[in-house]
Design a protein around this ligand. Structure first.
Ligand SMILES: [Zn+2]
Length: 102
């Protein structure tokens, strides 16, 4: 694995980086680095990213067009799945709206 502080390669069973002395026992450090090295297709969306997309999808018509585009695009699996789930949620809302207002 690699030290998150200085980037030096260190043995997997090491708890402390020899180069900078940083404690790397907390596997979250390695985890963060793993996420950064993921291909774009699998990169996670940040909490603020989800929030932003949610706001975008909530815009009538323009947002819904983006929603369908993102639901069909293969660019990022997380974004595609989020768009699909939001699409189902939106469908339920529309159906619910008609059931309760008729
Ligand atoms: Zn280091």
């Amino acid at each position: 694995m690699y030290c998150v502080n200085c980037g030096k390669k260190i043995k997997d069973n090491m708890n402390i980086c020899f180069n900078c002395g940083k404690n790397v026992a907390n596997s979250n450090y390695f985890h963060d680095l793993e996420i950064k090295n993921l291909p774009d297709k699998f990169k996670p969306i940040s909490a603020w990213g989800y929030f932003g997309y949610q706001l975008l999808f909530a815009i009538p018509i323009i947002g819904w067009i983006f929603l369908i585009i993102f639901a069909l695009k293969e660019e990022n699996i997380n974004l595609r799945n989020f768009a699909k789930s939001y699409f189902c949620f939106l469908l339920l809302c529309i159906i619910g709206y008609f059931i309760f207002t008729m």
